[in-house]
Design a protein around this ligand. Structure first.
Ligand code: C2E
Ligand code: SIN
Ligand code: SIN
Ligand code: FE
Ligand code: FE
Length: 481
């Protein structure tokens, strides 16, 4: 896959060019008048150019063939002047003929060297490119399997091996499990699971040492029938080790013995990258798991708090659960989406968490509250703020506990906010809270019927509640019958 450089024309074109030049030189040599010896010699000498080109493009054989043709042309000059064989002119031409061959040999040698060098260079560039691509795949934290396949693909192509496979180590079971394979005819046909110490894969993992088998069909009978007959004779099992732990084993099946240190160092580099990719993906996986466990624990904590409050509040009838479900529904109608809804739901669960700070004799009082008792009761949103605001995870949910008693007309508490100064979440939630409170028995009164409660909400549209949200709410209640 050597990139074409600008001096590389198509080969037939080069052949035609060479022949035309030789023909032209021959014509010059043969048909220039006798007395223009110098010019004829120039024509003969000009053949050095096609010889150089031929040697450059076609190596020794091409160069020498062209030199031979050129010598025939120049030779005709010598023959034409054979009676004058001792003249300086003839000697120069004969020297020219000898030089043609040397030039052909030298040029072809240099050009071959350059080609080998160029090939090595472009191979190195390609290998570096592949390493970078793998690094990128690792950094992007994509799916582990995809990264491993990118790795095996580069390895198979750039190291020119027959087949390769990666086994992942599971420290819980001490087993190595086939995770990606490439270059086998069909599935990896062999055993796909090894215990530590078992087989070549298990041995490489156990001893943390690369195992190299030459002519491995003789050595390891287990090697599958699918490999046999492909001419594979060399085998590597490279342990993958990163961040102080075994991550897996890389297997490489090769057609020819490898003594090239560059090849081996590339193999080691790829093995290192594989180990890092696996380590990182394990790390990310563990992190994600821990994170999920943590947020599950949080959600459970929230529900626990709210149950504790309900218990104290003598609410045995799932007020919170109903309020949460209904208010999330209304929030969706009002256009809240995704994360917003998640925070909304948490806020709804916790809306009265501040009542934890209200003494029983006020919270559970069977009759109307006195003025002093009201002063205390109105603090429950601020108690919620004290409780919740230090918890970063819950901060976005605070708007409901803090503002659910604000009123559209500014007559609410704790801040007396007006209209849209009140966060939408709280405007939505307030309607559902009052709706459900009115429909429930309280120590100080009996539950209201549905049409009475609905009338209350509609009558307080634009006073206690945001009229737009009331419209959406009424629509929602009517739709659900
Ligand atoms: P809550 O019982 O969950 O009531 C939530 C909100 O629903 C109340 O906020 C109020 O806006 C509405 N609401 C509930 N019951 C009624 C009602 O019978 N009539 C009317 N018009 N609206 C009602 P508010 O008023 O800020 O009260 C906050 C909390 O204070 C109440 O939560 C309840 O725990 C307590 N509370 C309110 N009034 C009394 C009372 O007369 N006696 C006692 N013991 N507690 C009360
Ligand atoms: C607050 O956000 O904590 C109070 C400020 C306000 O709503 O006026
Ligand atoms: C309660 O009624 O005590 C808690 C629920 C609410 O205020 O809506
Ligand atoms: Fe409340
Ligand atoms: Fe409530």
């Amino acid at each position: 896959m050597v990139k074409k450089s600008f001096i590389e024309f198509s080969k037939p074109l080069v052949v035609i060019g060479i022949l035309v030049w030789l023909g032209f030189a021959a014509l010059g040599v043969m048909f220039m008048p006798e007395e223009t010896g110098e010019i004829r010699e120039m024509f003969a000498f000009s053949q050095i150019i096609p010889i150089l080109v031929a040697a450059f493009y076609f190596g020794q054989a091409g160069g020498l063939l062209t030199a031979f043709l050129a010598s025939m042309v120049s030779g005709s000059l010598v023959i034409a002047n054979i009676e004058d064989i001792d003249s300086i002119f003839v000697q120069r031409v004969m020297f020219q003929i000898i030089s043609f061959n040397s030039v052909a040999l030298l040029t072809s040698f240099l050009s071959d060297q350059a080609k080998v060098h160029r090939k090595r260079l472009s191979q190195q560039v390609e290998r570096l490119g592949a390493l970078r691509a793998i690094d990128k795949a690792i950094i992007s934290g994509g799916e582990l399997n995809a990264t491993l396949y990118i790795l095996l693909e580069s390895l198979t192509r750039l190291l020119d091996v027959e087949a390769s496979a990666i086994f992942l180590f599971d420290p819980k079971t001490d087993q190595l499990k086939l995770s990606a394979s490439l270059g086998f005819y069909g599935e990896y046909p062999n055993q796909t699971m090894f215990r530590l110490g078992e087989g070549m894969v298990g041995k490489a993992a156990h001893e943390l040492q690369t195992i190299y088998l030459h002519d491995f069909e003789q050595v390891d009978r287990r090697i599958s029938p699918a490999i046999k007959g492909t001419g594979v004779i060399d085998y590597f099992a490279v342990p993958l080790y990163a961040n102080d732990s075994l991550r897996g084993v890389l297997e490489v099946f090769d057609r020819s013995p490898r003594f090239d240190s560059e090849w081996k160092s590339y193999l080691e580099t790829l093995a290192g990258q594989a180990a890092i990719a696996i380590a990182q993906s394990t790390l990310l996986g563990n992190l994600k798991e821990a994170n999920e466990e943590l947020s599950e624990a949080y959600e459970e904590t929230l529900k626990g708090w709210s149950r504790a409050l309900n218990l104290r509040d003598k609410e045995t009838d799932n007020h919170t659960q109903r309020v949460v479900e209904l208010s999330v529904q209304l929030a969706e109608r009002m256009g809240l989406r995704g994360e917003q809804l998640v925070h909304f739901e948490r806020g709804a669960i916790l809306h009265d968490i501040g009542k934890m700070g209200i003494p029983n004799e006020i919270l559970l009082k069977p009759g109307k509250l006195s003025e002093e008792e009201w002063v205390v009761m109105r603090k429950h949103p601020l108690y919620a703020q004290m409780l919740i605001s230090p918890i970063r995870y819950l901060e976005p949910a605070l708007v409901i506990p803090l503002y659910h008693h604000e009123r559209w007309d500014g007559g609410g508490y704790p801040f007396g906010l007006h209209g849209t100064e009140i966060p939408l979440e709280a405007r939505v939630f307030a309607i559902i809270d009052v709706w459900d409170a009115l429909r429930s028995d309280r120590p100080y009164r009996k539950a209201l019927a549905e049409d009475e409660a609905l009338r209350y909400i509609e009558e307080h549209s634009g006073k206690q509640f945001d009229p737009e949200v009331v419209r959406a709410f009424v629509e929602m209640i009517k739709e659900s019958g």
